[in-house]
Design a protein around this ligand. Structure first.
Ligand code: SAM
Length: 238
C-alpha cells in the first residue's frame, strides 16, 4: 500500500489508554485508512481528521460486550469497521470480516496481512448468502442496513445466547421499538439499547443488542404449521 504521510493523524491521549498495548498496530491501521483507504475511496477524506474519535475509538468500546473466546462475524465490514479494530484489541476472539465488494475485500486482506492479524479472516459474500457456512457468538454491524433487515441476516448465524451488536445512532430506541415485531418473528430473542464507553469516548457508542434465546435457527428451517386435530404438518416448499 502507498503512504501519504500528510494525511496521517496522531492518536489522541484517550486512545493510548483505550488501546494500550494494541496502540502501535491501531496506529498502523489508522495510517492505512488515511492513505490507501482514502485513495481507493473506501473512506471519505473528511473522515480522516475524526478517524480516531468517530471511527476507531467509537468501534473499540464495543469490545466490552464481547465474551472471551467468541466467534465474531462483522457484517458489511467496508474498510474494516468495527471488525479490524475488535480483532486488534482482542486476540482471544476470532473475527470474520464479511463484505461483498471485491475492492473492499482486497483492502481488508491487505490490512490483515500487514497488521499480522492471525485471528481475523476475510470472506467475500453477502450476509443473506452465508447462513449455512458461518456460525457466530457475536455478529457486529455498523451502518449496514435498517434493524429488521440486519436482524434477518444476523440472527440465523447466531448460536443460542449469541447477540447481534448493531452500532446505531441516537434514534436507536425508536428503531428498536418499531422493529420489535419483526425481530420476534425471525427468532425468539430479547433486545435492548446500550451505551458503551462512557468516560472513554464522547459521545458513548450506542448499540442495539439482540440476543437469541432459542437453540435452533428456525429462520432457516422449513416452516411447520399445526394441522387441525393437532399433528404438525410440513409447510409447502416454495
Ligand atoms: C456504509 S458501509 C459501512 C462499512 C463499515 N461497517 C463502516 O462502518 O465503516 C456498508 C457496507 O455494507 C456492505 N453491505 C451491503 N449489503 C451487504 C450485505 N447484504 N451483506 C454484507 N455486507 C453488505 C457494503 O458493501 C458496505 O461495505
Amino acid at each position: 500500500m502507498t503512504a501519504g504521510a500528510d494525511r496521517r493523524v496522531a492518536p489522541p491521549e484517550q486512545a493510548r489508554v483505550l488501546f494500550a498495548d494494541a496502540l502501535p498496530r491501531v496506529v498502523r491501521y489508522a495510517d492505512l485508512l488515511a492513505d490507501a483507504g482514502v485513495e481507493r475511496g473506501l473512506i471519505g477524506p473528511r473522515e480522516v481528521p475524526r478517524l480516531w474519535e468517530r471511527h476507531l475509538m467509537n468501534c473499540a468500546v464495543v469490545e466490552e460486550l464481547i465474551p472471551e473466546g467468541s466467534d465474531v462475524v462483522d457484517i458489511g465490514s467496508g474498510a474494516g469497521l468495527p471488525g479490524v479494530v475488535l480483532g486488534l484489541l482482542r486476540p482471544d476472539i476470532r473475527v470474520t470480516l464479511l463484505e461483498p465488494l471485491l475492492r473492499r475485500t482486497v483492502f481488508l486482506r491487505e490490512c490483515v496481512d500487514l497488521l499480522e492479524l492471525e485471528n481475523v479472516t476475510v470472506l467475500r459474500g453477502r450476509a443473506e448468502e452465508v447462513k449455512r457456512e458461518l456460525r457466530a457468538d457475536i455478529v457486529t454491524a455498523r451502518a449496514v442496513a435498517p434493524l429488521p433487515r440486519l436482524a434477518g441476516w444476523a440472527l440465523p448465524l447466531l448460536r443460542k445466547g449469541g447477540s447481534l451488536l448493531a452500532l446505531k445512532g441516537e434514534q436507536a430506541e425508536t428503531e428498536l421499538a418499531e422493529s420489535q415485531d419483526d425481530l420476534s418473528a425471525l427468532r425468539p430473542c430479547v433486545a435492548d439499547v446500550i451505551r458503551v464507553g462512557r468516560g472513554k469516548v464522547e459521545p458513548a457508542t450506542t448499540v442495539v443488542r439482540v440476543t437469541v434465546t432459542s437453540e435452533s435457527d428456525h429462520a432457516t428451517q422449513p416452516r411447520t404449521r399445526r394441522a387441525p386435530g393437532g399433528r404438525k404438518k410440513r409447510g409447502r416448499k416454495r
